[in-house]
Write a protein that binds this ligand. Sequence first.
Ligand code: A3P
Length: 294
Amino acid sequence: MSAPDEYFTHKGILFNSKVNVKSLEDIETLAVKEDDVFVATYTRSGTTWTEEILSLIYNGGDVEEVKSTPIYTRIPYVEYKYFPEGQTEYERFLELPSPRLGKTHVPYNMLPRQLQEGRGKLICVARNPKDVAVSNFYFNGMNRSFKTPASWDSFLYDFMAGNVPLGSVFDHVLGYWVHRSNPGMLFIKYEDLQKDLHGTVKKLADFVGHQLPPGTIDKIVDHCSFKSMSENPMTNYSKHPEQRCRFDTSNSEFIRKGVVGDWKNHFTDKQNEAFDKMLEDKLSGTGLEYDFGI
Ligand code: A3P
């Protein structure tokens, strides 16, 4: 695998070099429109799943329509450098007709200020951090913009120390969690999507002000199953123009396993003990809890 580009630090947070510094700066002063919606996550927490659901909520459950355009074209990843080359994703977002949907991985304090003040809508998706660690381990291994982990053990060590792009998952998610009651903000969990996809689709639809008949929700649920999304070229990134140079799918697919609790197949007892201690230190008193198995 080719060597990754260098990482860089912006406002104390590590980013991979496909992230555009100017966009990071511009995002903060974005003139947010009332009907803008952002999906914000730490990587590998259910971003794509939530994006596909939102896309369908906004088009009234028209499954055929979403089959013609890749998810990353429909919903720009606003701090990402370019797609297609020559135009940043942020510039592309600015040109979208309203209502605009955007995706971001930035920490809460780097979001558009107006979004933080309650203009537009913000959906944060969080996932139990043990599965986030495992999923990022595979993702770092297959994405050539990231440093390939030397081993699971060394990756987990770096992940727990926050020595990975986006820094500590605990700090990143808590940055959102403390604002979960802000007007215009919804905080959901990957495990909620797993436990009750129908109910969570409805919750998302209600949040963005779309009343969908139960039959439409059923259609969205069907289209957004793991099997369907992992086989769908519009969601599995197999059609991404950078796919051949950016992703090496010989080890792992972008939509990989889609379960709660895969961490049990990776963590040793010792790693699990150290992780639980860190969870206790970081989360006690915050009210943030996760499902580590369902
Ligand atoms: P795994 O690596 O554990 O399989 P993101 O979109 O934020 O990068 O998150 C990717 C993770 O979400 C991957 O986790 C991927 O498989 C999972 N995922 C994507 N679509 C899914 C779906 N429809 N059902 C369940 N999991 C899904």
